[in-house]
Design a protein around this ligand. Structure first.
Ligand SMILES: [Zn+2]
Length: 506
């Protein structure tokens, strides 16, 4: 592999589900870890999804999971190839089109977004794989060829599971393919810790707290990792990097495969003006109509350049300015994970004033902090270093959930990059799962190379010990820990389910 590759995404629908089933189960069972992503029919009230109290947030997420549904599921199986000297992975990506058989709410905003990004609702209704939500309806629910049984296979495989901003995904997966989500958050995390004994990893948490990138929305993190990784590939070999390989699909399979190009990015021409809002949050209310570039490759490169400029400028300034001044200038949100203004959560009547988006300079004035805070106009720092939004443009941060995250520019556009924003096309969930897995594999390589945890990781007991079972919480300095506490009980439905899952294990 070089820095440019093409990702084959296998399109799974009701008519080929049975045919593909054995291959999918093998891919899951032989993987080193599995990355997941979902497309949802909506999320409900954005504000309650970002409530200060995590328990309140969980209630809102449960409400959404009970009343909405998963429209598509992306599964990316990463298998580490042991015979290679470097970190190489064989990756198999599936995009499952699903159709909930029960009534559910579908939000106009979500539909609009998904349609704009190539989601085909005709296809979904004609060929979606049907499923029922909540608890098992009968004993056959965990057998045979259907999506709940596939989820059971995933549990049986006992693989580490990787998501990007995964709390909402986990609640939806639980509710749609497993059982009714429990009332209490502590019960939910207790259940999850038993369902996924090899651990849950959240690449948004990893991006913010380990990689400390300028922005942490999925596409940004992926493109930045991919760019840094490609530098490792082309250098003399001392720079950590990973390789991804894909299967050559046989003829009869190839009709189900969608090929998604990921070209190498080298440099940006300096003339294209990127959208600052999109740059920071992976979302912009102007969508396709925005006159500025939403090209994530370009944004990543420009971020790097402006960081470098700042670093140089800083060096010069340091000589002139007193120490206090320098410290003050970098103390805004120092090291704190600041709240992003991701997308999608903006109600139309409270679309943030454009002036809230600071120019690039303001946005990065607190360079010591790795996060874009969305500028002083949006966030302030509290004593605890956490950031709170001060205006009413509250967003949950998951762009990718109901479709909102970034628009994907698959190709590097030259002169027309301002006008053309290539849509992600279909198979978003599949490709998003691929991107999530890539960030995880790269982060693992990077952190391993720092040597700290090499011994532990060689055994592959734990991939990224510092990130194990930590699920990202928007606007919070601490993650949600997926553990079973001494005081929390597992839910009844879960206990029954677990018995059944493991009883057929042999
Ligand atoms: Zn824009």
């Amino acid at each position: 592999m070089v820095s440019s590759f093409v990702v084959p995404i296998i399109d799974v629908q009701n008519d080929n589900f049975k045919e593909l089933w054995p291959a999918m189960v093998v891919a899951i069972k032989t993987s080193s870890f599995v990355a997941l992503d979902t497309e949802l029919s909506g999320l409900g009230n954005r504000k309650s999804l970002l409530a200060e109290s995590i328990e309140d947030r969980y209630k809102a997420i449960c409400h959404a999971a009970r009343s909405r549904s998963i429209l598509s599921l992306g599964i990316a199986c990463y298998k580490k190839l042991d015979d290679k000297a470097e970190d190489a992975y064989l990756v198999q990506v599936y995009n499952l089109t699903l159709l909930c058989s029960e009534e559910y709410i579908i939000e106009p905003q979500s539909v609009q977004f998904l349609v704009q990004h190539g989601f085909d609702f005709n296809q979904q209704y004609a060929h979606g794989i049907p499923y029922c939500k909540g608890n098992n309806k009968d004993r056959s629910d965990d057998r045979g060829v259907h999506i709940r049984a596939l989820f059971t296979e995933l549990l049986r495989a006992r693989k580490p599971v990787v998501l990007h901003n995964g709390l909402i995904d986990m609640a939806f997966l639980y509710q749609c393919f497993y059982a009714h989500v429990p009332e209490r958050l502590a019960t939910f995390t207790a259940d999850l810790s038993e369902m996924f004994p090899a651990g849950i990893y959240d690449t948004k948490y990893i991006t913010e707290f380990e990689l400390r990138l300028s922005a942490s929305y999925l596409e940004y993190a992926y493109k930045k990792c991919k760019l840094d990784n490609s530098r490792g590939v082309t250098s003399t070999g001392t720079t950590p990097h990973i390789q991804v390989e894909f299967c050559q699909y046989a003829k009869q399979m190839s009709s189900y495969v969608d090929y998604r190009p990921c070209p190498a990015v080298t440099s940006a021409d300096g003339h294209t003006e990127t959208c600052q809002r999109f740059s920071a949050f992976g979302w912009c209310p102007n969508g396709n109509q925005c006159p500025l570039s939403h090209d994530t490759d370009l944004i990543v490169l420009q971020d790097e350049k402006s960081k470098e400029d700042k670093r140089k400028k800083r060096k010069r300034q340091k000589k002139k300015r007193s120490r206090e001044e320098v410290e003050e200038s970098s103390s805004v949100c120092e090291g704190a994970p600041c709240n992003k203004l991701p997308h999608m959560e903006v109600d139309t009547d409270e679309t943030p004033d454009v002036q809230h988006v600071a120019c690039s300079d303001n946005m990065q004035s607190n360079e010591g902090d790795s996060m874009k805070t969305g500028s002083q106009g949006i966030s302030v720092c509290e004593g605890n270093g956490d950031c709170t939004q001060t205006n009413n443009t509250v967003n949950t941060n998951d762009q990718s959930k109901t479709g909102g995250d970034s628009e994907n520019n698959e190709h590097i556009k030259k002169a027309d990059s301002q006008k053309k924003k290539a849509d992600a096309g279909t198979h978003r969930a599949g490709f998003d799962a691929f991107m999530t897995g890539f960030i995880f594999a790269y982060s693992h390589r990077l952190i391993k190379s720092e040597g700290v945890e090499a011994d532990v990781q060689e055994k592959e007991q734990t991939w990224l010990p510092s990130c194990l079972n930590k699920v990202y919480l928007s606007g919070k300095a601490t993650p949600l820990n997926v553990v079973k506490s001494t005081f929390s009980k597992s839910s009844k439905a879960h206990v029954q389910k677990m018995e059944m899952v493991w009883s057929e294990r042999m």
